[in-house]
Design a protein around this ligand. Sequence first.
Ligand code: SF4
Length: 254
Amino acid sequence: MNSDPRLRLSPSSVNDFNNCPQLYKYRSIDRLPQPPSLDAERGTLVHTILHDLFESPAGLRTPATAIELLPSRWREQVEAKPELAAMVTNEKEWLDRASALVTTYFTLEQPSTFEATHRELHLEDDFRDDLYLHGYVDRLDVAPTGEVRIIDYKTGKSPKPGWEEKALFQLRVYALLYWKNNGVLPRLLQLIYLGDGKLVKSNPTMADLESAQKSLLRTADDILASLDKDYWPPKPSRLCDWCFFKTICPAHNS
Ligand code: SF4
């Protein structure tokens, strides 16, 4: 039970609210359980491999090492969530798909040429008296020169032209948190899309961070107003087709 009276936000909960206030309520206020999804579990497996790859000495960070890790990390994932065993009917096909995503990673970065300073780094900040902001960064590298880059792995495809800015919001929030904690403006934000082997990069400016902060505070105020009125309007969109709560959502059950 969380006794913290402050609003707790992360980039994903902010996205939930902006996509659909009703969805935010189901996930963050009611905390309704959601069954595992194969896409999300595949993402977890690939993230684990890319995390553990950096345990090996630089020279051994090869596609072969990464692919070798797959069966054991998948077994651990199933042990933690036994219901996954029934969801994956063809394990070879499942591991082959994960292996293809991991192989694509090596076309985008050469992990033998650098050290990952932080993996799964938790960043947090007491933004305001009534607002706590946090998030987990997949990887944050600090170069010998002190320059910082923030990396996020995605197992889906890159956004269509014109949607890159929306996709970068999450990393700008991490950059803002890092700047608030360390007083250093990250030099590079990089989204790695393994679904189609593309990168989305940005060199953030202080103006970008200020704009992310404004947008965050605006959403936080909207959520606080919704909490006050207990008002969570559904916002139907094409996301509804993937929404687990569609069967109970008022927008689809009137
Ligand atoms: S089904 Fe659509 S409108 Fe309803 S909660 Fe989900 S995303 Fe929102």
